[in-house]
Design a protein around this ligand. Structure first.
Ligand code: 6PG
Length: 237
């Protein structure tokens, strides 16, 4: 499903409303809602809307469990940290028990952090392949999503749920969830805005068959929904 919005503001509101609906449905059905947040800048507006009325009071925060789809291996207070962005935009402003927020603490030792996060996920999902009720994703200009970059060996990972990766040129490593996990989500929602995403979005939504598939094209939930929330600027050809 592709929903187009006039601008990032409208897209953010739709994303926040979808978050509320998913959380309420999951908590009423199973007593909890496990969400994996996206990093980058696009989701910030959505997070900020969830942090204030009228949406804030509609979210069953006591049943929410927050994870990340990926993280930069930098200190938690670093401005590049995805967890820091989410804390500032949302988590510090809502009544969510700290034990239900699970950042990928990977600054010191990405390999160990990947193993630790996998163990955390295994505990949370009782040893089964984790199935997020809601998985938020962004799209990079190069077609990456989470921290699955074009040509990365992580794209062909079939066993591990969390792996350390290196984006060429980054002065830090990253952790990313892998495709077996991402594609087991009940609802994957991409948030894509801005003219700089036109080429990647076009290639993902209408592949030309020539170009090697972009990482975001590998997001195809086996038993779940795939929703694209895009703004007009990102669709303009
Ligand atoms: C990250 C993100 C990444 C992001 C895209 C889009 O850690 O960078 O998880 O996958 O979603 O790069 O980023 P913007 O929303 O900033 O364009």
């Amino acid at each position: 499903m592709i929903r187009e919005f006039a601008d990032l503001g409208e897209l953010s509101l739709a994303a926040a409303e979808l978050f509320v609906a998913s959380a309420r449905e999951a908590v009423s059905r199973q007593g909890r809602c496990s969400v994996a947040l996206a990093g980058g800048n696009t989701p910030r507006g959505c997070y900020q809307l969830l942090a204030k009325e009228p949406l804030r009071e509609q979210v069953p925060w006591e049943g929410l469990h927050i994870f990340w789809g990926d993280e930069r291996c930098v200190p938690p207070e670093d401005s590049r940290s995805n967890a820091r962005m989410a804390r500032e935009a949302l988590l510090d402003a809502v009544p969510l028990p700290a034990v239900q927020v699970h950042p990928m603490a990977c600054a010191a030792d990405p390999e160990a952090a990947a193993r630790d996060y996998q163990r955390l996920l295994s505990d949370h999902f009782a040893g089964a392949l984790p199935r997020f009720d809601l998985l938020l994703l962004g799209l990079g200009e190069d077609g990456h999503t989470a921290s699955l970059f074009p040509g990365s060996p992580a794209l062909s990972e079939t066993e591990r749920w969390v792996v350390p990766v290196q984006k060429p040129g980054d002065p830090f490593r990253r952790l990313t969830l892998t495709l077996p996990l991402l594609n087991n989500a009940a609802c994957c929602v991409f948030l894509v805005a801005g003219a700089d995403k036109v080429a990647a979005l076009r290639q993902v939504l209408t592949p030309d068959g020539q170009t090697p598939p972009l990482p975001a094209q590998s997001i195809a939930p086996r038993a779940g929904e795939l929703v694209w929330l895009v703004d007009r600027a990102a669709r303009e050809s």
